[in-house]
Design a protein around this ligand. Sequence first.
Ligand code: ZN
Length: 485
Amino acid sequence: MRKRRFFGGIATLAFSLAACGVATASPERDVTVPADPTMIDFVDPSKVGGLVTRTLTEGDSGDRQVHVSYPEFNAAPKLNEAVSKEAARRLHDFVRSTRTGGLEPRPELNMDWALDAATDDLIGVRLRTGEFLGSNWGNSTTTLWYDKQSDQAFTSPGLLDGDNGLHGVAELVRKQLVKRGPEVDQNEVTASENLFDSLAFNRAGDLVAEFDDCQVGPCSLGRVAVAVPARQVEPLLSPAGRRAQDLVRETDMVAPLVAPKMMMSRSPDAVSQNAGSVDCKVRKCVALTFDDGPGPYTARLLDLLQQADGRATFFTLGANASADPAILRRMSKEGHLVANHSWAHRDLAKLSSSKIADTLGRTQDTIAGAIGQTPTLVRPPYGAVNADVRTVARRLGVSLINWDVDTQDLRDRDPGLIAQRAVRGAHDGAIILLHDIERTTVDAVPDILNRLKGKGYALVTVPELYGSSGMRPGNVYASGTVSAP
Ligand code: ZN
C-alpha cells in the first residue's frame, strides 16, 4: 500500500516557477510525477507514531500576533532540540523587530510545519514561516533533517556532499533559473548554506530547493522553487541525502517511526454535533471554549471534563487535528463540539478571500474526515473578522464565534488566576476563551468546573446557548446575545 501523503502546504502558495513551465524534472522508475515537480509529497502525520504537536500562541489581545507550531518526536530528542531552537530563533528575531509596538495592522508571525519524510531511519521537518510586518506577508522555509543512524540533526545542506555538492547544486539551480527569464536574478544563487536551507525530494527523487520570498528576485514573484533532476543530483548527495532520495522514491514503503497510531476507520461512528440538550432558556448556561489544539494536554482535559460531566467546544487547528484525528473522535464521542480554528492560525483578515476559503475548507475536510461530520462553527484566529471573512463563512455555511470572557490564559500561566477570571467573568450566555495547548490552562479546569457548577451553571456547547433560535452562517457571535449580522 502506498504511504498516504499530503499535498498540502506549499501547493497552495501563490506562485511556483514550475507553474510557469520552467522547472523540469526527470520521471524515473514507475512513478507518477506531480504536475508541479517542485511540489513535495508530505507524509500524513497521523500515521507517524510518537509524534506530538507543540503550539505556542500569543496575541488574542496585545500588540503582536504570534503562532508557532512544530512537531516533537519521542524517538528523536536531538531533532526536537534543533527544531525548537529554530522556532525560538525566529520568534526572538520577530519580537526584536516589532519591539516598538502600536503598529496597525498588528505584526504577525506564523510558523507551521510538514513532514518531508518520517521513518525509522530519517525524518525531514519543513518549517514554513510567514511574517507580516505592515503591508505584506513574507514567507520563508527551512527544512531540518534527522538521521537515526548517526543520531544527528542537520540542516538541509547536510543532504549534499560537502562543498562540492553545494557548489554543484548551486550551478544546476542557476541553469534552471536562467529559463525563468529576467525577473529572477540567478547571480543571487551562490553556494551558500543559508540560501539552500530548505531542501527535500519530490516523489521522482528530484531535489527540490525552495527559496524564501524576495531571495532570488522581486518579492512579487512569491514562491520560487526549483526541482533538480534526480540523476543529475545523485552524485552530489551525501550518504544521508542518498538515503532520503531513495526513501521518497520507495512509494510502496510504509515505515512508521515507532508503532502506528490506531488506524482510523473509513467511516467514523455517527456522532452528535449538537451535543446535548440543555435548554438554556430555563437554565443558566456558559460555554467553555478551548482553542489551538489538540495538543499534549488535550487528553487530560477530556478526562477532567468527563469526570465533571461538563461539555465544551473545541476550536481545533487543521494542522494539529491532522496529526491526531483520534482525539477529535474522542471529543465528539464524549459529547463535545469539534469546530474549526483554521489550518495554521493566520489572521484571516490579512488574507485574500481565496486563502481564507482554503485554510477554512482544508480544516473542515480534516475534521469531517476524523469525526464524520462537517463543523458548523469557526473561531477566527485572534478574533479577527472582516467582510471577506464573513462572506467566505456564509458560503461555507459556518457561523463565526468570538468570546466575551477572556481568561488571558496564554499570557498569565497561572491556574489560580485563569480560574478566577473564568469564574468572575461568567454570566448566563457567556462564551469563555481558553486554550488546551497550555498545561496551566488544563490545571485550572477542575477549579473552573467546580465553581461554575457550584453557581448553578450548566456547561454547554456553543450552539446550545442559542437553542431553537439557531445560528446563522456568516454571523459573528460573541456571547449568548447575538451581535449585529
Ligand atoms: Zn487561537
